[in-house]
Design a protein around this ligand. Structure first.
Ligand SMILES: NC(=O)C1=CN([C@@H]2O[C@H](COP(=O)(O)OP(=O)(O)OC[C@H]3O[C@@H](n4cnc5c(N)ncnc54)[C@H](O)[C@@H]3O)[C@@H](O)[C@H]2O)[C@@H](O)CC1
Ligand SMILES: [K+]
Length: 490
């Protein structure tokens, strides 16, 4: 499912209209979907609270369709309708002919609580700047009404490009958007304001869609990425993952990485740790394990590990290593960045603080918010900044957050499959191993991040129904990865 910015959505509108599908037709289609969804609330009475743009046009048209079906519908206009968009004004004239009561925010007293359902058609993708004045007041009334709220396109007050709340925003139970998702539907805080999101089809011109470079990760996207596993194969065909992780202080992180790699199909998983992570063998004896018996990795270990490094396809570097291993990471990356594929996680990311560090397309980095904000000072709630950063580093970034963003600067994927069960130490370690495993099996770095994150997040989401978001742990997720793979393989 493609994800649009507001300007891309407007462009698609424009191209569609230029091809001869009238804007009234699109509005009627949009309004029909809003009305259909409104009916699922089984309301006795409905208030359409509208502004004066085309979002309001949708709201008024939906109100008229519902009134015509016999529902008790009234309309409240916020703002001066004489200043409205042509399509909005047209809808208002039609609505009058259907004998709908139309109120004005600045004239009439409205008891918002008397309606079971409020349709929010104040502002859609045309929001510019902070919401203030009458519109802000109307939003406060909607939010304190206790009525169910259905937002047209996006909840009024959220930025469809960044997911920010600009001033104040409607808290919707559902939002119905048209044709495609907008960025704002998927990022927090807006994601919480949208409630359940429905995407209604419109007769949009699809010719631009292939050039849209942002996409939501769905099961269908991922099914095609499951690596082939021909019967006539041998272990080296599925790649060797070398995991260089852990320290005396953090012996557990490498275990999760290694198990993640092993349980997702890598041919060989080798784990080398400074400290004692030998428990990994009790959990998964097929992992090849060795300890360097020291506190943390040192620069000279790059030479000591030469043979293992050279025999591997992918190196997962970072979980649990501590910042003391920085010399080792820098040397390893410098020496092998053109020859090996890398997944850099956790403290391995501290090398990005150095100005002259240049990665390349062989690298995946998997920072969470804290890690990214240490190395990328401009971190904001925007996809665009992250895409720029990926271009600058020339690698693939998996930005782990409540909505995980995966980008190589050219293409960006949104993963909303996870939940708060993953907000725990160890989830990231597991993920880095899984991504390494998929790279070893021949996927591109971007593909490996898409399927790797999906597999972990989907397993977590399914398991948390039983275990709860509180009690689910990365180890339990690792033990159940096969269930998600089974679904993808069916
Ligand atoms: N052909 C089309 O253009 C289609 C448009 N559709 C609808 O049209 C919407 C876009 O319509 P518009 O481009 O007219 O824009 P909107 O209606 O989303 O927003 C513009 C209106 O909001 C007001 N506004 C903007 N920022 C404000 C702020 N900070 N505080 C208070 N008021 C503010 C403007 O004064 C203007 O009246 C979509 O979200 C969708 O609902 C749908 O009907 C589908 C087809
Ligand atoms: K809206």
């Amino acid at each position: 499912m493609k994800i649009l910015t507001s300007s891309q959505a407007k462009l698609i509108d424009k191209l569609t209209i230029e091809k001869g599908i009238a804007s009234e037709t699109l509005m009627e289609q949009a309004a029909f979907s809003v009305a259909d969804i409104a009916e699922t609330f089984e309301p006795n009475s409905i208030l359409c609270v509208v502004g004066k743009g085309n979002n309001a046009g949708d709201g008024v048209a939906a109100g008229r369709i519902l009134k015509n079906k016999g529902y008790n519908v009234e309309i409240l206009i916020v703002g001066d309708p004489t200043q409205g968009s042509p399509d909005f004004k047209k809808q208002l004239e039609i609505a009058k002919k259907f004998q709908i009561n139309i109120y004005r925010f600045d004239v009439d007293e409205i008891n918002y609580s008397q309606y079971d359902l409020i349709i929010d058609g104040l502002i859609g993708i045309g929001l510019t700047g902070e919401v203030k004045g009458e519109v802000a007041e109307a939003i406060t009334h909607i939010n304190s009404s206790g009525s169910k709220v259905l937002s047209v396109d996006v909840p009024s007050g959220i930025s469809s490009d960044t997911g920010e709340v600009l001033g104040t925003a409607v808290k919707a139970d559902q939002a119905v958007t048209f044709g495609f998702l907008k960025i704002g539907h998927l990022l927090y805080p807006a994601r919480e304001y949208c409630g359940e999101i429905k995407v209604a089809p419109l007769s949009f011109d699809n010719s631009l869609i292939n050039s849209i470079n942002r996409e939501l990760i769905l099961e269908d996207t991922v099914k095609n990425l499951l690596p082939n596993r021909p019967e006539d194969s041998y272990k080296y065909k599925f790649g060797t993952v070398l995991i260089l992780a852990g320290s005396e202080k953090y012996p557990g992180a490498p275990i999760l990485s290694a198990i993640g790699a092993q349980r997702t199909g890598a041919g060989m998983v080798k784990l080398i740790t400074p400290g004692d992570s030998s428990n990994v063998l009790a959990l998964e004896p097929s992992i090849i394990y060795r300890s360097l018996k020291k506190e943390h990795f040192e620069e000279k270990d790059v030479e000591n590990l030469k043979e293992e490094i050279e025999k591997s396809n992918v190196i997962v570097l970072g979980p649990g290593i501590t910042e003391k291993a920085k010399g080792f990471v820098t040397k390893l990356v410098d020496t092998y960045k053109d020859d090996k594929l890398f997944v850099l996680d956790a403290d391995a990311l501290s090398i990005l603080k150095e100005k002259d560090v240049k990665l390349n397309k062989n690298f995946v980095i998997t920072p969470h918010v804290g890690e990214l904000s240490k190395v990328y000072k401009n971190l904001k709630n925007d996809v665009f900044g992250l895409e720029e950063y990926a271009k600058e580093l020339r690698c693939t970034i998996v930005f782990k957050s409540s909505t995980t963003l995966i980008t190589n600067g050219e293409k960006t994927y949104f993963n909303i499959t996870g939940n708060s069960s993953l907000a725990k130490g160890g989830s990231g370690d597991l993920l880095s191993g899984v991504i390494g495993s998929y790279i070893a099996q021949g996927l591109t770095t971007l593909q490996a991040c898409i399927i790797g994150s999906y597999v972990i997040y989907k397993t977590a989401r399914d398991l948390s129904l039983e275990y709860t978001n509180y009690s689910l742990t990365p180890k339990i997720i690792a033990d159940n990865i096969y269930k998600t793979i089974q679904q993808l393989n069916s």
